[in-house]
Ligand binder design. Structure first.
Ligand SMILES: C[S@@+](CC[C@H](N)C(=O)[O-])C[C@H]1O[C@@H](n2cnc3c(N)ncnc32)[C@H](O)[C@@H]1O
Length: 249
């Protein structure tokens, strides 16, 4: 009787100790969760809500799946005049001997025009995330006798160009497709020589309609370390609205 009473007291004590230990673990776990939370979201003091913030190099807007269709749509015979491509190259200071990157080169429509202008002493990197398009551009470069074209397989956040290798970069109807625009632009900046220019030609829109507003592009480029130095609308036609020019800050 006496020993079973002692046994009972022992069992209750063990239970109490275990319960206290478990409660302690629980509060420690909650503390870890709370201290990790601010990197994901910010508490609004007025409503106590959690507001999602983009990751440091992220964007809080939709992005669209890159084009994978037929390349003939980029070869409209009137495109050269509609886009005033020679004026675009003049503004980007593309001349004989320049090194140029065409990021999102597609069929190489701009690549080949830039390659003719920079001549044998220059280079044009045709950057694509689509390896089939790069194969097409390689064949096109051979066919059009342009040995100064280099193809480069980029990723959604990196054009994978050598550091300080280019004098001018163009993203032609491509920016609205870029899944990681801030990272891509930051890495593009590393590939640019001092004074090099970055051009972005696109149409206004909400991304899912294959366009992106110019003011969004300007803000994102600024976040990636660029300053706008020119904004033109002479490129305006059915599928393009603006031509923005940036320099590294
Ligand atoms: C609408 S097409 C424009 C092609 C070309 N610039 C033209 O206007 O003739 C956009 C191209 O960008 C490419 N692209 C999308 N995201 C890219 C990225 N992060 N890096 C390189 N290319 C990309 C796509 O594969 C696609 O070929």
């Amino acid at each position: 009787m006496c020993s079973s009473f002692v046994d009972l007291v022992m069992r209750i004590s063990v239970c109490i100790v275990l319960a206290l230990a478990l409660a302690g673990c629980g509060s420690a776990f909650q503390q870890v969760k709370r201290s990790a939370a601010p990197t994901q979201s910010t508490a609004s003091p007025s409503k106590g809500e959690q507001v999602q913030q983009p990751a440091p190099d992220g964007v809080d807007r939709p992005t669209v799946k890159p084009y994978t269709g037929d390349l003939s749509i980029f070869e409209d015979p009137n495109r050269e005049q509609k886009l005033h491509v020679n004026r675009v190259m003049d503004i980007l200071s593309i001349k004989e001997g320049s090194n140029v990157a065409d990021i999102g080169a597609g069929s190489g429509w701009f690549t080949v025009r830039a390659a003719r202008r920079v001549g044998a002493s220059g280079l044009v990197y045709a950057v694509e995330i689509n390896p089939e398009y790069l194969e097409y551009i390689e064949k096109r470069a051979k066919r059009e006798n342009l040995p100064n074209i280099r193809v480069a397989l980029g990723t959604e956040d990196d054009p994978r160009l050598p550091d300080k290798s280019v004098d001018a970069v163009l993203l032609l109807k491509t920016y609205h497709e870029v899944a990681q625009p801030i990272r891509l632009l930051k890495r593009t900046r590393k590939s640019m020589r001092p004074g090099a220019l970055l051009g972005i030609i696109d149409r206004n829109g909400k991304v899912d309609d294959h366009g992106i507003d110019a003011d969004v592009v300007i803000k994102e480029a600024e976040r990636a370390g660029f300053a706008i130095v020119g904004q033109y609308d002479f490129v305006k036609s059915d599928d393009v609205d603006y031509f923005l020019v940036f320099r590294a800050k």
